[in-house]
Design a protein. Structure first.
Length: 256
């Protein structure tokens, strides 16, 4: 469970990233965040695991304040939160297996990790995770030899090996073609359903949001302007999020 309590974020240069966000995301939800570029989607996501510090309010993850947590406590909360990026964030020259195993780093001492000594249990977890995303046969291939979609599924496997309870995905399919996009989104949906891992996914596509979300949150200028189920997300709701389409202008541009 993730709870935003009156959260605001102002960047050091004065730009407002988020303003008075108050909401709770329950375990097992598949939340899609939509909004125009600059609406605050990435800021929202990165606030959850404190990649960004908020400037007001508090965020609780499973009833623990990540905002106030320090040292070991912060580390332990973060261990439950996996993150997936648009550009995959893999170590390209390492094997797929190494990349997935890196999801286990948070469970071991630094010294052990310097020597790369992962216990057998970790290797089993990593292989299970790869099997779940259909890439077990690629375990010992170098990450940069995989296609973009496969690399993104490796990053999903890394979050699974981490045994994350929540996965944050910042535009996970923005650099993928439509077929690969479907495979990656289907994997996220399957993991959400089968393992009850909470998903918070930033997307640019309204169609994908409607297809995969159980709940859509619309941000505009750092504020929540829509929060509801897919059936409540009508064209009118999207107008609120994206602003009214200037049809006159669209027609003029098309005519050029
Ligand atoms: N490091 C930063 N310093 C200052 N302002 C920032 C910083 N990062 C983001 N912003 C500003 O905060 C606001 C929200 O940005 P954010 O990146 O969260 O938007 P977004 O919805 O993820 O956009 P996009 O769809 O383009 O990824 C924007 O006005 C942006 O310019
Ligand atoms: Mg963004």
């Amino acid at each position: 469970m993730i709870e935003f309590k009156n959260v605001s974020k102002v960047y050091p240069n004065g730009t407002r990233g988020l303003t008075n966000i108050d909401l709770t995301i329950e375990e097992g939800e598949f939340v899609v965040i939509v909004g125009l570029s600059g609406a605050g989607k990435s800021t929202f996501l990165r606030s959850v695991n404190r990649l960004h510090e908020i400037t007001e309010g508090e965020i609780n993850v499973n009833n623990k304040s990540i905002t106030k947590a320090k040292g070991k406590a912060l580390y332990e909360i973060r261990r439950d939160i996996g993150m997936i990026f648009q550009n995959f964030n893999l170590v390209k020259r390492s094997s797929v297996m190494r990349n997935v195993l890196s999801g286990r780093v948070g469970y071991h001492s630094t010294l052990r990790m310097i020597f790369g000594l992962f216990p057998k249990h970790d290797k089993e977890l990593a292989l299970d995770a790869l099997e779940r995303v259909g890439l077990k046969d690629k375990a010992y291939v170098r990450a940069d030899q995989l296609s973009g979609g496969q690399q993104q599924r490796v990053s999903i496997a890394r979050a699974l090996a981490q045994e994350a309870k929540v996965i944050l995905a910042d535009e996970p399919v923005a650099s993928l073609d439509p077929l690969t996009t479907k495979q990656v989104m289907d994997d996220l949906a399957k993991i959400n359903e089968e393992l009850k891992i909470t998903m918070i996914v930033n997307l640019h596509s309204v169609d994908l949001a409607k297809k995969y979300a159980t709940r859509i949150i619309g941000l505009k200028e750092g504020k929540v302007v829509f929060d509801g189920s897919v059936s409540e997300a009508t064209d009118k709701a999207f107008e609120q999020i994206y602003g009214k389409v200037d049809e006159e202008n669209v027609r003029k541009r098309a005519a050029k």
